[in-house]
Design a protein around this ligand. Structure first.
Ligand code: NAD
Length: 287
């Protein structure tokens, strides 16, 4: 592939720290080759103190765009020219597009999650979703779900640093969209049971279920999951979390986080190249 690179190729970056472990460069470059578009994707270790300079460098060198990951997703917003309504509401950006020197911040995590539901044949528009989590993934999913037309969101989280942030986001959702978002303490299991009984989809957007919390689930009582409920987990390693195991035993349709990851990448590629990336191809290539 490198033999094809000539002076017309454009660079797309990934600014995060740590980042060398990321699967994104491999996934993105496989897709650019397959689409036969003149782009290369490279990961850059960028810490928060270097972020402003990195964005200036992006402008100076004319990068086509960049992905942004931890710890830079919030801070980067202040260095950009435009933010999508979703990014304004989430307060975090994971994708920058450079259009003739104008840098626009997008957030494709929620887009990826919502698309993964749709591709799995799950229709949650006009219905209720229960979301567990209040961090980066949960915030992006809550906002995108509301913007896409989910009617009601019941958001549960433990009372940690993230809790007050998701309360703020729920307030914005209630002000700016037709969705009704309510935040509850995860410790209130009766409220969780009630929310689940009226929901079409449950989404786990916490780290509970992956290392170092692999084998654990925030739902331990299988009777909370009726078989009509679609149970999704943002975690993709392991492919089947304890929550998904319990859900399967109840006869629920289940989705792991692979779809969210692939479809958020698809949304990024669409923003940067205008092309629809062949998701099945990368799934096959990356195993
Ligand atoms: P984050 O650190 O921003 O948020 C972590 C969340 O987990 C918070 O809500 C926190 O309260 C909750 N949490 C942590 N430990 C807990 C515990 N013991 N009990 C109850 N709640 C607990 O992380 P994030 O970026 O939002 O990621 C959350 C999950 O989503 C991770 O598993 C991550 O791998 C996954 N994720 C997947 C994708 C994808 O493309 N599939 C994308 C982003 C994140």
């Amino acid at each position: 592939m490198r033999e094809n690179i000539d002076g017309h190729f454009l660079l797309i970056g990934l600014m995060a720290y740590p980042i060398r472990h990321s699967l994104s460069p491999k996934m993105q470059n496989i897709l650019y080759s397959k689409l036969d578009v003149p782009y290369v994707y490279l990961a850059f270790e960028v810490t928060q103190d270097k972020l402003e300079d990195a964005v200036k460098g992006m402008r100076a060198l004319g990068l086509r765009g960049s992905a942004v990951s931890m710890p830079n997703k919030q801070l980067v917003c202040q260095f950009l020219d435009k933010l999508t309504p979703a990014v304004e509401m989430i307060g975090a950006c994971n994708t920058i597009s450079n259009d003739d020197g104008v840098l626009t911040g997008y957030n494709t995590d929620g887009m990826g999650y919502m698309r993964s539901l749709k591709e799995a044949g799950v229709d949650v528009i006009g219905k209720k979703m229960t979301l567990i989590g209040a961090g980066g993934a949960a915030s992006a999913i809550a906002v995108q779900a509301a913007l896409d037309g989910v009617k009601e969101l019941a958001i549960f989280n433990q009372k940690d640093d993230c809790y007050d942030k998701i309360v703020e986001i729920a307030k914005r959702i209630n002000e700016k969209t037709k969705c009704k978002a309510t935040v509850y303490d995860l410790a209130d299991q009766d409220q969780l049971r009630k929310a689940l009984s009226g929901s079409t989809v449950l989404c786990n957007a916490t780290g509970v279920g992956m290392k170092p919390l692999e084998g654990q689930s925030l739902i331990t009582d299988p009777s909370m999951l009726r078989k009509e409920l679609v149970v999704s987990d943002c975690i993709y390693s392991p492919r089947k979390t304890k929550l998904l195991e319990i859900a399967e035993s109840q006869g629920c349709k289940t989705l792991n986080g692979i779809g969210m990851m692939l479809w958020q990448g698809h949304a990024q590629i669409k923003i940067w190249t205008g092309q629809d990336a062949p998701i099945d191809y990368v799934k096959e290539k990356m195993g």
